[in-house]
Structure formats: C-alpha cells, structure tokens
Design a protein. Structure first.
Length: 214
C-alpha cells in the first residue's frame, strides 16, 4: 500500500546557506539524476540583482558543484541550473521508488521537512538507513495512508507553480497554453491534461467529493 511519509531531517544544506548569506530566496523547482553520482537541480533565485550574482558565484565555489548556468532574468527572479555531486538526502533514497512531494533542500531552516510517497515499508527503511549512514539526524513525523485526492505529484506541483508565476490563471491570461507548453518543453495536449488533472484534485480536496473526469 502506498504511504505518505513525513520526516524531519537535519542535514548540511550549503546551497541554501549560500543564498541566505546574500538575502536571496532559493527555490528548487526540479531535479534529475545526472549520472550515477551526480544530480542536476533547476532552481529559481529571487532577490536583488547583485545579491543573485553573488549567490551564483558562491554556489559555483561550493565543494561538489561542477557547473552552474544562469538563465534569462525574469524581473527579480533568475533561473539557475546546477550540476553537482548528489546531495546526502538524495543519496539516501537511491534505489528506492519514492516520489518527493516536498524537497527538504528547499528549507532554509533545520531540521527540514521531507514529505514523500513510499511504495513499500522496505523503501522507507532503506531511506532511513541511508540517512543514518550519511550522518543525518532523522525523526519520523507521520506515516499515513495516501490521500490521492489531496495530493499533487511533484511534477504537477511544479507545473502549477510555474503556470501561476507566468500568469496563466490570471484574467486575461498573460501566457497562452501553447506558450507555456513551449516554456516547459512539453506538448500542449499533455500540458492541458496535467493542468486539468491537478485542478481536479485540488477541487476534490476543497469540496470533499469526487469530481468526474472529462
């Protein structure tokens, strides 16, 4: 049975520390394994222009960071793609089928909250064992049955947050479905289905009854 797990994890978070040192808010919007030992993180840096530049330079100097590439500035937000050695928290979940709902690397305070979906009890045990080996202090906050109506996947949360930031839900819309799909690199039909599915789950959670699909 799928379980929703919430852990408190205390682990070194040098990227957030680098951003906080310059008063910049850092938000990780996506992550992908780069190779057996590496990870690619896509993040948004929000703050004053010079502070963001200083933060990027500080991140580039961090141990384990291989590359940091800036995107085009959007107001006071700059996207940054960072390739680095896989963080301890990510190493702890190697070879498991968990799905992250909240990234603990997004927390600027310790301990950080880590919420994920675990396929089996063994996957949870594997994560806890991995965290212990990495020297991370961990406390189980909650293990509960998955409420699928109330839960968005990590990908849905990412797309919804980008759509909101881009003004897709405003009236009139500041960006079209086609433009948003090009920005995200997915087909318009796929994006439309993802948005409908995410909106349906949010509405079901709000009204407490299932909403028929199209």
């Amino acid at each position: 049975m799928l379980r929703q797990v919430v852990l408190e994890v205390s682990s070194d978070n040098k990227i957030q520390s680098a951003a906080a040192g310059f008063g910049v808010k850092l938000n990780i919007v996506d992550c992908k394994p780069f190779n057996e030992k590496g990870m690619a993180l896509l993040m948004d840096l929000k703050g004053q222009s010079q502070a963001i530049k200083d933060t990027v330079q500080a991140i580039r100097k961090l141990e384990g960071v291989r590359q940091a590439v800036e995107g085009d500035e959007r107001g006071d937000v700059v996207p940054l793609l960072v390739v680095l050695d896989r963080p301890a928290i990510c190493r702890a979940s190697n070879d498991t089928a968990i799905i992250c709902l909240d990234c603990p690397l997004n927390s600027s305070v310790q301990p950080a909250s880590w919420r994920f979906i675990a396929r089996t009890t063994n996957d949870l045990r594997h994560v806890l064992s991995g965290l212990e080996k990495e020297g991370a202090k961990t406390r189980i906050v909650e293990v509960s049955a998955l409420d699928q109506k109330a839960t968005l996947t990590g990908r849905q949360k990412e797309i919804i947050s980008i759509a909101v930031a881009k003004g897709y839900f405003e009236f009139p819309r500041k960006i079209s479905l086609t433009q948003l799909s090009q920005f995200l690199g997915i087909k318009p039909s796929t994006l439309s289905e993802i948005l409908r599915s995410a909106e349906r789950r949010l509405l079901e959670n709000a009204v407490g009854v299932p909403i028929p699909g199209n």
